[in-house]
Design a protein around this ligand. Structure first.
Ligand code: G6Q
Length: 555
C-alpha cells in the first residue's frame, strides 16, 4: 500500500555531526567523561529519585548513567533539532516514513482501539485490523476448545509455527514470555531454520493427525519458510494420504493470497496483514496467531493494550519524561560519544529468555544502516550491537567482562516485583542479584576498599573494580501480557528515536533481501556434480567444489 503524503523525513542539508548541538555534546562529553558515578551520586543525594521516569506500568531508573542535567538538556535539544516530534507524528499518522520501500510503518495501528481512526492511502485501517483480530480470536477459540479437529477427527494438540526472521522471532519470544498464561494441554513449537534438523526435531514424537501448522510469511516467497512448509505438507500427507487433509492442518499468515493459494492453503484459512507492517514489527499482527492460540484472545488483547499504552506515552509525553526517548538518547550518548559498541539486555526473568534475541533483530535490522535517508554515507556510528542472556545465568558467564574488562558496555536490567512462580525466597534472591549488579557496576570497589579487607598488595589490582559502568533498570510489577506489550513498544520506540536522530531508514532491510537472492544461484550449483566452471572468487569456488565432492562420499 502506498500512503498519501510522503516526505515524513526532514531532509536537511546539515549533517548530524555538523549541528551545533552535536558539537556542544562533544565538548560536554570531553568535560564529563571522567566524572565518576560515585561523584554524581555524592553530589545529589536524591539522584536515584530524580533520574527516573514512569509510564504504562514501567518504571525506568536511569540514574546510574554517566550523565548530568546538562547532558540530558543537550540530548533533548538534539532530539528536538532532529525533528523527532514531527517524525513521531509522521509515523503515527501513516506517512511513508519507510522511504526506500515507499511505505508507511504503521505497526502502531495494529494496537489501536476500535474507535480510533488511522487513515493510510485514503483508507481507515483500524476496522481492517480489528476484523482480522476477530477472525483470529474465533479461530483460536475453536482450537482451544477442541472444536477445530484434524482431518481424521482428532483434536489438535500441537501447533507448529513455520516462519523465519520477523515471522519467527516475535512469536517465539512472546510464546516463551507468556508461557505462564498458555494452555498447557497444547504443545507449541517453532521451526525457522532451513536446516532439516529444525523441522525433524520439532516433529519428533508427535502425531500428524493432531498437528496444525501455521505458515507465517509476509511475502510467502521466503525460501526457508517454503522449504519447511513443503516438508510439513509431506509429513502430514505421509500419514493422512489425502490432499483434503491440508485444509484442516494448515493455516497461513501472509499478505500474499496468490502464493498462499498456490501452496494449497484454503484462503478461508488465511489471516492477512498489510505491507505497512514490517516483519520485525509484526508480532502483534496475525503473525502473532500462535501467541493468541497459546494465551487466548483476551490475553492477546491485553498485550495489545500494553503496546498501545506505551504508544500513547511515546506520542504525547515531553521528551525529558518520555521513556523510549530517554532510552534512545542514552543509547546515542554511549554509541556516538563514548564509542560504546554494544548494549547488553539482561532480563531477570526466565520467561524473557528470548527477549535479547528478539531485540537483536528489532534493533540491528532496523538501525544497522550506513546511509542517511537521502543516500549519503553517514559519518557516525549507527546501531549498537545488542546481546544478552537472562540473569542470573549471565553473571556466571560474561558479566566478568562487563565489570572488569576494557570495554564500556551499557546494560539494561529488567526485573519484576512479583514472580509468577513463587518458590521459597527465590525471587528475592533473583532481585537481590539484579540490584547488587547495578550497584557494583556503578560504584565498583576501590583499591583502598579492597586493601582494607586485608587483601595483599599484589592482589589488589585484580580485585579492584573501577565501577562507572552505566546501567538502566527497568522495573515492572509483574510479567503479564500487558507488560510484555509495553516492554516491546518501549524498545520499538527507542529504536525509532535512535534512527530518527541518525536520519536513517529504520524500516527497510536491504541486507536481508541480498541474502535471499544470493543463495538462489549457489543452490543450483550445489545440485550439479560436473557442471560448468564456477564464476565466484577462488575461495567460494574451492569451497563449493569441495562440498559437492565430499557430499557424494558416504560418511
Ligand atoms: C523483518 C525482515 C525479515 C523477514 C523475514 C521473513 O523485518 O523483513 O526478518 O521477516 O525475512 O520474511 P517473510 O515473512 O516474508 O517470510
Amino acid at each position: 500500500m502506498r500512503t498519501e503524503s510522503a516526505a515524513a523525513a526532514p531532509i536537511t542539508a546539515q549533517s548530524l555531526t555538523e549541528r551545533p548541538v552535536w558539537k556542544a555534546l562533544e565538548t560536554h562529553h570531553h568535560t564529563i567523561k571522567d566524572l565518576h558515578l560515585r561523584q554524581l551520586f555524592a553530589d545529589d543525594a536524591k539522584r536515584g529519585e530524580h533520574l527516573t521516569a514512569e509510564a504504562a506500568g514501567i518504571y525506568l531508573d536511569y540514574s546510574k548513567n554517566r550523565i548530568t542535567g546538562e547532558t540530558l538538556r543537550l540530548l533533548v535539544q538534539l532530539a528536538e533539532e532532529c525533528d523527532l516530534r514531527a517524525r513521531i507524528d509522521a509515523m503515527f499518522s501513516g506517512k511513508q516514513i519507510n522511504s526506500t520501500e515507499q511505505r508507511a510503518a504503521l505497526h502502531t495501528a495494529l494496537r489501536a482501539p476500535k474507535n480510533e481512526r488511522i487513515v493510510a492511502d485514503g483508507i481507515d485501517v483500524v476496522p481492517e485490523v480489528h476484523a482480522v483480530l476477530d477472525r483470529m480470536a474465533a479461530f483460536a477459540d475453536q482450537l482451544r476448545s477442541g472444536h477445530w479437529r484434524g482431518h481424521t477427527g482428532k483434536r489438535i494438540r500441537n501447533i507448529i509455527n513455520i516462519g523465519i526472521g520477523g515471522s519467527d522471532l516475535g512469536p517465539v519470544m512472546a510464546y516463551e514470555a507468556l508461557r505462564y498464561y498458555s494452555v498447557r494441554e497444547m504443545n507449541f513449537r517453532f521451526v525457522s531454520n532451513v536446516d532439516g534438523t529444525d523441522f525433524k526435531e520439532a516433529t519428533i514424537g508427535i502425531d500428524p493427525e493432531e498437528t496444525l501448522f501455521i505458515i507465517c510469511s509476509k511475502t510467502f516467497t521466503t525460501t526457508e519458510t517454503l522449504a519447511n512448509a513443503h516438508a510439513a505438507r509431506k509429513w502430514i500427507l505421509g500419514k493422512l494420504d489425502n490432499i483434503q487433509a491440508v485444509r484442516k492442518h494448515f493455516v497461513a499468515v501472509s499478505t500474499n493470497a496468490e502464493e498462499v493459494s498456490n501452496f494449497g492453503i484454503d484462503l478461508a484459512n488465511m489471516f492477512g496483514f498489510w505491507d505497512w507492517v514490517g516483519g520485525r514489527y509484526s508480532m502483534d499482527s496475525a503473525i502473532g496467531l500462535s501467541t493468541m492460540v497459546a494465551i487466548g484472545p483476551d490475553n492477546f488483547r491485553a498485550m495489545l493494550a500494553g503496546f498501545h499504552a506505551m504508544d500513547q506515552h511515546f506520542r504525547t509525553a515531553p521528551f525529558d519524561k518520555n521513556l523510549p526517548v530517554i532510552m534512545g538518547l542514552l543509547a546515542i550518548w554511549y554509541n556516538n560519544f563514548f564509542d560504546g559498541q554494544t548494549i547488553a539486555v539482561l532480563p531477570y526473568d526466565q520467561y524473557l529468555k528470548r527477549f535479547p534475541a528478539y531485540l537483536q533483530q528489532l534493533t540491528m535490522e532496523s538501525n544497522g544502516k550506513h546511509v542517511t535517508l537521502d543516500g549519503a554515507r553517514v559519518s557516525y556510528q549507527t546501531s549498537p550491537i545488542i546481546w544478552g542472556e537472562p540473569g542470573t545465568n549471565g553473571q556466571h558467564s560474561f558479566y566478568q567482562l562487563i565489570h572488569q574488562g576494557t570495554r564500556l558496555i551499557p546494560c539494561d536490567f529488567i526485573g519484576f516485583c512479583h514472580t509468577l512462580n513463587p518458590l521459597d525466597n527465590h525471587h528475592d534472591l533473583l532481585m537481590a542479584n539484579l540490584f547488587a549488579q547495578t550497584e557494583a557496576l556503578a560504584f565498583g570497589k576501590t583499591t583502598d576498599e579492597v586493601k582494607a579487607e586485608g587483601t595483599p598488595d599484589w592482589l589488589c589490582p585484580h580485585r579492584s573494580f573501577e565501577g562507572n559502568r552505566p546501567t538502566n533498570t527497568i522495573l515492572a510489577e509483574r510479567l503479564t501480557p500487558y507488560t510484555l506489550g509495553t516492554l516491546v513498544a518501549l524498545y520499538e520506540h527507542s529504536v525509532f528515536t535512535q534512527g530518527a536522530i541518525w536520519n536513517i531508514d529504520s524500516f527497510d532491510q536491504w541486507g536481508v533481501e541480498l541474502g535471499k537472492a544470493l543463495a538462489q544461484r549457489i543452490v543450483q550449483e550445489l545440485a550439479i556434480t560436473n557442471g560448468p566452471p564456477l564464476k565466484h572468487d577462488s575461495s567460494t569456488n574451492t569451497l563449493i567444489r569441495r562440498y559437492v565432492r565430499l557430499k557424494e562420499t558416504p560418511p
